[in-house]
Every structure is written in structure tokens, then in C-alpha cells.
Write a protein that binds this ligand. Structure first.
Ligand code: ADP
Ligand code: MG
Length: 212
């Protein structure tokens, strides 16, 4: 059995065409089904639906053989025990620093102010501000980072942005680009050795589908 870990939403939707290219189709839709283990058209392949940030953990421990995870998530996890053969170029967005419309970020940085940074991405935020020589107090959040500057929890946020619509709707502006984010295929290293006859053809099919 080959187990593939995916998260609901963008990653699931954008991974489906790649799985189709490898001859794999899901028999249930995670948006409408409450099942956490989804059968596929192949009796030897199943999908498990996990939280995006949990995908590397399932693959690291071998509970899933393969997974799809954002670079944001992989950077926070550390990637131990994971083989990362392919950038799938899906679920693309940018990791940005954002502040309230009325906050003068440039001046605050120039003056050497200590910034309160709210984010889910503590590693990325720490690395970014350390490289700039900006002192920060990190406030770990698990979601809805956009709210933090509006209610005085933080001066800035580090978050993922695609259209910028959520920032605008909350009177925030992006002030710095940290990195481009897309999702990568991750594979358990032991599984790749033990089940190479099944896993390698899938990796080849994904790689082929990306070229097209
Ligand atoms: P969570 O389970 O924490 O709510 P999300 O649904 O926000 O996770 O995001 C899951 C993954 O999708 C992220 O790890 C990231 O790689 C990607 N992603 C998040 N936000 C965006 C976005 N605005 N545009 C494209 N991809 C995104
Ligand atoms: Mg979400």
C-alpha cells in the first residue's frame, strides 16, 4: 500500500491533476466527505487528509509514504527524514511582511525600533529580521494573522499573500517580500528504498506532468 498525505483546499485541488497524470483518481472529495482516508481507483494507493502543517510529520514517521507540503511548512518543520525530489509549482504565493496602512514601517526600521511580530512562521520571521538586523519580539499565532495589528497585538505580521485581497480588506499593506512559496513533493526516505518499484514510477509521472 502507498499512502499519500494531502491537505484540503488548494493543495488537494492542485495535486489532483498531477495524480491523474500518474493514473490515480480519488474516489471521494474531501470538501464534501468527512472521511480522512480516501480510497483511489487503485487498490494499492490511498490518500489521507491531514492539516497542511502536519503533512511533513506523517511522512517523516512513515505513516504516509508521500506528501505534498508548502515550502512555508517545510521550512518550519525542518525537513528531517524527508526526500524532496520535486517542486510541484502549485499553491503558489509569497511570504510577506505586512503592517497597518497607517504604520510607517520604513521609519520604524530606520530608527531601530523593536518590532512585535505576529506569525505562524516563526523560523522564517526570525531568519528574515535577524538578516536585517532588526530586533523583534515574536508572537506565535496559529491563524488569522491579519487581525493582530488591528487590535494592537503586534506591529507587523509575517504571512502568506496571493492576491492581497485579505490584506486590503483589513486595511493592511505588504511592505517586504520574504520568499516565494510553492508546494513540494516529499517522500519518506526508507519508503523510497523499500517500495521503489511503486514510488519511482509515480515520481516519474509527476515530473513528466510538470514538464507538459
Ligand atoms: P492551514 O491549514 O493552516 O489553514 P492554509 O490553508 O492556510 O493552511 O494553507 C495551506 C498551504 O497552502 C500553505 O502551507 C501554503 O503553502 C499554501 N497557501 C497558503 N495560503 C496561500 C495563498 N494565499 N495562495 C496560495 N497558496 C497558499
Ligand atoms: Mg486555511
Amino acid at each position: 500500500m502507498i499512502t499519500i498525505a494531502l491537505s484540503k483546499g488548494r493543495i488537494f485541488e492542485e495535486t489532483m491533476p498531477l495524480l491523474a497524470a500518474a493514473g490515480i483518481t480519488a474516489l471521494d472529495d474531501p470538501e464534501t466527505s468527512r472521511k480522512l482516508i480516501l480510497d483511489t481507483n487503485r487498490s494499492d494507493v490511498r490518500l489521507i487528509i491531514v492539516r497542511a502543517s502536519d503533512v511533513p510529520t506523517y511522512v517523516q514517521y512513515g505513516a504516509a509514504d508521500i506528501g505534498v507540503a508548502g515550502k512555508d511548512v517545510l521550512n518550519e518543520h525542518g525537513g528531517q527524514g524527508l526526500y524532496q525530489p520535486l517542486d510541484l509549482n502549485i499553491a503558489r504565493c509569497r511570504m510577506m511582511v505586512a503592517v497597518r496602512d497607517d504604520f510607517d514601517y520604513e521609519s520604524a526600521v530606520k530608527q531601530g525600533a523593536r518590532l512585535r511580530v505576529a506569525t505562524k512562521y516563526v523560523n522564517a520571521a526570525r531568519e528574515h529580521f535577524a538578516a536585517k538586523g532588526v530586533h523583534i519580539d515574536l508572537i506565535k499565532l496559529y491563524g488569522s494573522m491579519e487581525l493582530a495589528p488591528l487590535v494592537g497585538l503586534s506591529d507587523v505580521i509575517v504571512d502568506l499573500v496571493s492576491s492581497g485581497g485579505t490584506l486590503r480588506a483589513n486595511h493592511l499593506k505588504a511592505v517586504e517580500h520574504i520568499s516565494d512559496v510553492s508546494s513540494r513533493l516529499v517522500v519518506n526516505q526508507a519508503a523510497l528504498k523499500l517500495k521503489r518499484d511503486k514510488i519511482q514510477p509515480m515520481l516519474d509521472a509527476f515530473a513528466q506532468a510538470l514538464i507538459k
